[in-house]
Design a protein around this ligand. Sequence first.
Ligand code: NAD
Ligand code: USQ
Length: 382
Amino acid sequence: MRVLIAGGDGFCGWPTALYLSKQGHEVAIIDNLARRKWDEELRSNSLTPIATLQERVAKWEKLTGKMIRYYIGDLNHYDFLCEVMRQFRPEAFVHFAEQRSAPYSMIDREHAVFTQVNNVVGTLNVAYAIRELAPDCHLIKLGTMGEYGTPNIDIEEGYIEIEHNGRKDVLPYPKQPGSFYHLSKVHDSHNLMFICRIWGLRVTDLNQGVVYGLHTEETLLDPVLMNRFDYDGVFGTALNRFLIQAAIGHDLTVYGRGGQTRGFLNISDTVRCIEITVNHPADRGEFRVFNQFTEEFSVLELAEKVKHAVEREGYKVEIAHLPNPRVEKESHYFHAKNTKLQQLGLTPNLLTDEVLLGIFETARKYKDRVVMNNVLPDVSWG
Ligand code: NAD
Ligand code: USQ
């Protein structure tokens, strides 16, 4: 299949591009390289040194003989996007290309506005470009589990059956997101559900949990194919941050009580979930929702797992409970359904001590690249 991957230079997009290319799909990437510029803005970096996109795809072709085309540009430039659609004629469009950090979206008004314009307008452009130039193309859109928030009932996959005043309907699951970034994903979901209804496009919204790890079989083939690995207080995510903190002997930064519970998955399961979704397109007019995570953990449980695993190897680490910079529940019910991808063939890679220590080893290898000022959180919701 011809698969266009928007955001293919990023943390999830790059390993996905390699994996789908290896599986025999014809793959092209669109990316405006904004993520690399946000590192410059924040005076931060990926813990791992990452090659340019040009170097990455050239190395992949040299090693495997498989070509990944790339188009450097912004989804918000509609003419550019349409030109790519005309040239590549995708059968599946995998859309990772958004500003994905909750803290970045909460820095100030400008960052909130930027995040929502970049994400919501970018997705609208993708929807229009598909309608205009490839109406049969399956849009696979990365959403987030954080769209649902933390309700005191089970979280379903996108829809819930409600009985009200003696009548029943299946309705979109209520959304209670926790940042302007998470809100942008809710706005995307609403727009996409609407365009499926009015234009008959086919869309799958993948409500992904927090992704951990960085390597896949493909990124490990050569240092030039190395994935990015975020650790700073803005773009670093919970488990990866804890492993990097353990590697530099920093206390693990649990925010508040640490009962915040989320869905998590290994990056190697992210790429497999995308493959499964590409291979099983939504029907015309269907707005399909999958919850994309494999296990649930509280933040404190993760910190304890990291402490236990690295102390087994002789490293010493403490858990700190920092004042929570976010406004969120620190102890709550959380149980979300995640059966649809598994029914289609996903076999989860679970979080074991071996997996933790594998990521920890990479963190130790590059620990001298950590910019210490960036480890503690400095964006607050208040
Ligand atoms: P990332 O920032 O590493 O990658 C996103 C890529 O998109 C970057 O390379 C960036 O340059 C590009 N991009 C952003 N805006 C663009 C635009 N307007 N035009 C063209 N390119 C643009 O993020 P990631 O961690 O790979 O996340 C990918 C997607 O998955 C995001 O939509 C994110 O919301 C979602 N997601 C990520 C996680 C996670 O834990 N990383 C969890 C759940 C969902
Ligand atoms: N947290 C800590 N300590 C840290 C970092 C985070 O306690 O050092 C806590 C946060 O307060 C929060 C939880 O861990 O309660 C998750 O935070 P995170 O930064 O790991 O993840 P989040 O901000 O939710 O965002 C990440 C990705 C985002 C994706 C989301 C999936 O950056 O793109 O959408 O995970 S989910 O959380 O399921 O919505």
